[in-house]
Design a protein around this ligand. Structure first.
Ligand SMILES: [Zn+2]
Ligand SMILES: [Zn+2]
Length: 321
């Protein structure tokens, strides 16, 4: 499925399988989850995707050809970070997620809304066996970015999660597993979403316009709504951190300094490092996350994107070729 122009539907096209370059694997795609970032790319909210583009950066695939790290037929995962230069200041200081030259899957290079893809083998992950293809795919961004977002909230015990979709439903389980307490915030009035959050172990769930019963020590924001930053600060105790996990947000409205005072912090999460990937997949292998996945045939990618846009997907949408 190919994006030719912003704000137009993806087009189904027959293409020859891509040729792997040096160090790349030719992959047969088994599943590719749909991320809100894909929606931002299609909608033209991110500056410079390659066009035409095959989107998709949560790829579960088997190795058809190439490489040294994985045997032919091995199952691998491909995430958003597709390549880094390894030499810039950020790469040399364990922050490859900020690499100036980084290339991203399904943005700078073609991704997984396809039957075949190529990927640099150094950026592919081995996947825990406990998850089938459908349920492994959402781990690769929703899970991974969610995990990095949680990590950047530090040792916070009472975690608020704003926007209870694909990333949130996974990160909530990791947070509970780590002994933290989870408070879930959905769109006001989203009773289904709130029930879902409670089912997963959130001790409180309510609308993003409500105050939690206790102050939060950290807040994770996964909905692309800038107004949630002051809302989350208002719910956060002194010394707490508000972490924005998305790649794009509407503008953040002004707010009184008092909300930030008391050593509260606001920060964003950009991309991920391979270390985050290994750490998160190791946890996922140990704890058997409940992954809520809704399957769509690959050719229904536009329908899957539209469902995500309307907030109609419970958990993660996953395309199966
Ligand atoms: Zn993503
Ligand atoms: Zn770099």
């Amino acid at each position: 499925m190919v994006l030719h122009e912003h704000r137009t539907p993806l087009r189904l096209e027959d293409r020859p399988a891509p040729e792997p370059g040096p160090g790349q694997l030719l992959l047969r795609v088994r599943a590719c989850a749909v991320c809100r970032t894909d929606l931002h790319i299609v909608d033209g909210e991110l500056p410079r995707p390659k066009l035409p583009l095959v989107p998709g950066h949560q790829i579960v695939a088997t190795v058809e050809q190439g490489g040294n790290r994985f045997a032919r037929g091995a199952r691998v995962g491909v995430g958003w970070l597709g390549w880094t230069d390894g030499t810039c200041h950020y790469c040399r200081t364990a922050r490859e997620n900020l690499c100036d030259q980084a290339r991203f899957t399904g943005y700078d290079v073609d991704g997984g809304y396809a039957e075949y893809a190529v990927a640099d083998e150094r950026f592919c992950f081995a996947l825990p066996d406990a998850y089938d293809d459908l349920h492994a795919a959402p781990l690769l961004c929703a899970g991974l970015i969610g995990y990095r977002t949680l990590r950047l909230a530090g040792e916070a015990e009472r975690i608020g999660i704003y926007g209870f979709g694909a990333a949130a439903h996974l990160v909530a389980q990791v947070a509970l597993h780590q002994g933290r307490r989870v408070f879930a915030f959905t769109k006001p009035g989203d009773a289904d979403g709130q029930r879902f959050a409670r089912e997963l172990g959130a001790e409180w769930a309510g609308g993003s316009d409500e105050m939690p019963p206790e102050q939060l020590d950290g807040a994770l924001i996964f909905a692309p709504v800038g107004a949630l930053i002051p809302a989350a600060l208002r719910a956060t105790a002194k010394g707490g951190t508000v972490v924005a996990g998305g790649i794009h947000m509407s503008d953040v409205p002004g707010f009184p300094y008092e909300l930030l005072w008391g050593e509260r912090a606001v920060r964003s999460v950009a991309n991920l490092t391979r270390d985050d990937g290994h750490a998160f997949l190791a946890i996922a292998g140990l704890m058997k996350l409940r992954v809520e996945a809704q399957r769509f045939p690959l050719e229904q990618a536009n329908i899957a994107l539209e469902s995500l846009r309307k907030g109609k997907v419970r958990g993660a949408a996953v395309l199966l070729p």
